[in-house]
Design a protein around this ligand. Structure first.
Ligand code: FES
Length: 102
């Protein structure tokens, strides 16, 4: 498992979604209540881009069929999506943000 620098702290704004492509993966970074969440940004139901979805407290809702996923662990909270989003470990070193992939 490798840690890869993906952005700086200044690139993240509270309750905004930052999309990044990393190592062939399409990810989104979300800063909410001083916590950084990194998850796959492609919906596990039918491949919609969740960065176009609706961010709320602790969850993001797919723009296509409105399944919501928990930011903390990627769990699908309501159908039609059933599979969780993959979630990635994050670390902050100074101003740099790293994501663990592999
Ligand atoms: S594509 Fe996301 S719920 Fe259907």
């Amino acid at each position: 498992m490798n840690w890869i620098k993906v952005c700086s702290k200044q690139d993240l704004k509270e309750n905004e979604i930052l999309s990044i492509d990393l190592d062939g993966r399409e990810l989104m970074l979300i800063l909410q209540n001083d916590t950084i969440y990194v998850l796959d940004r492609i919906c596990t139901h039918m491949d919609a881009d969740l960065s176009m979805g609706f961010l709320a407290e602790g969850q993001i809702t797919c723009p296509l069929h409105l399944s919501s996923f928990r930011l903390e662990d990627g769990v699908a909270l309501n159908p039609p999506a059933e599979k969780p989003l993959r979630r990635y470990n994050v670390k902050i070193d100074g101003d740099d943000i790293y994501v663990q992939v592999g």
